[in-house]
Design a protein around this ligand. Structure first.
Ligand code: ADP
Ligand code: MG
Length: 330
């Protein structure tokens, strides 16, 4: 039996239980949701659209799409140091495919539950497959991690490993033959937002951004807004053990691995600037936290050349490599 719009919403997107204490005064089912923002906090809001054929393959596994579409939005909250609270979901589907919707919502809610976000509303329409998600988080007043506070002398650091998502994309898009494509395609499709790290960085970092369009391109947003430049040591780029294995097997070249790390989007790691002193304190605190295994790598430094440029160094010598990342209109 086919479902109408409201049955569909009820069946796949309304959940009877919500994460505890989430301030949902009035949830799905009315014209608006009503949400309680605790005293002393500000609301952080971010929206991202994922379009079939642009952000994902039209035949992508719907469970993975559910995970990724929420994850990329939560990543923006992570980059601001926000605690994720609420999400709305506008979904356009070409037809009512119950198996597809069931799997999509399973992935979506799995991540929502993990990060204790409540789905509080949305829109459901028919048309070419596209997903627009708006996440809302809270931040103690005037405590957000912004892009405009990097200072000359700050260290430039990244979390996790870089380039895995880009290699995964190369496997899917260009059918690149490597030893272990599954691990890279997983990195591309099963994004994990760095929410906990963002919360911790609020007390340490001077600026922060999530790497969605490529390390250098995203770094340039910080440089422009903070009016400074950067030197990056490409020998320090944190390549995953899996990437190093591919290098050892010569399925990818060293130059390719650097290009994936410098220009590839889809890693959703955090890039942040931090004073040397605070970096030492951050590392000490991380070591005794649940994030003890998350690598934090210093890859460069903020310099004061203007206009904002990124100078790459290899073995201490300046090198010039293409650094452009993803741009929808270019
Ligand atoms: P309206 O006509 O006021 O736009 P709708 O009929 O589109 O409302 O939606 C009915 C209710 O279901 C609203 O509360 C809306 O926020 C919610 N809703 C619609 N689609 C979704 C969805 N995909 N996920 C979560 N909530 C949804
Ligand atoms: Mg509507």
């Amino acid at each position: 039996m086919s479902l109408n719009e409201f049955d569909l919403i009820r069946k796949f997107f309304m959940r009877s239980s919500q994460p505890e204490g989430n301030g949902v005064a009035h949830g799905i089912g009315d014209d608006c949701a009503i949400l309680d923002v605790p005293d002393g906090f500000q609301l952080a809001v971010s929206t991202d659209t994922l379009v079939s054929g642009v952000h994902f393959f039209s035949d992508v596994d719907p469970y993975r799409l559910g995970v990724k579409s929420l994850a990329v939005n939560l990543s923006d909250l992570a980059a601001m140091g926000a605690t994720a609270k609420w999400v709305s979901l506008a979904i356009t589907v070409p037809k009512v495919d119950q198996n597809w919707l069931c799997e999509f919502s399973r992935g979506f809610f799995e991540l929502a539950e993990k990060f204790k976000v409540s789905l509080v509303g949305g829109d459901t329409t028919k048309g070419p497959l596209s997903i627009t998600i708006s996440v809302k988080g809270i931040i103690p007043r005037d405590n957000a991690l912004l892009r405009n506070n990097a200072v000359v002398g700050d260290k430039i650091c990244v979390s996790g490993h870089l380039g895995n998502g880009a290699l995964g994309l190369a496997c899917k898009l260009h059918n690149k033959k490597i030893n272990n494509p599954v691990s890279f395609v997983n990195a591309l499709e099963l994004t994990q937002p760095r929410i906990e790290l963002g919360l911790l960085l609020r007390d340490f970092a001077s600026s922060c951004i999530d790497i969605s369009d490529g390390l250098i391109q995203d770094l340039q947003h910080i440089l422009k807004q903070s009016q400074c430049s950067a030197s990056i040591n490409i020998d320090k780029l944190p390549l995953s053990p899996e990437m190093q294995e591919e290098l050892a097997l010569q399925t990818i070249t060293s130059l390719e691995s650097k290009q994936f790390a410098l220009r590839g989007g889809d890693d959703y790691e955090l890039l942040f600037t931090i004073s040397q002193e605070r970096l030492a304190q951050l590392k000490a605190q991380l070591a005794v936290s649940e994030m003890a295994k998350l690598p934090i790598t210093e890859i460069g430094e903020i310099t004061n050349a203007s206009p904002p440029i990124v100078q790459l160094y290899e073995q201490g010598k300046p090198v010039f490599l293409p650094t452009q990342g993803w741009d929808h209109f270019n």
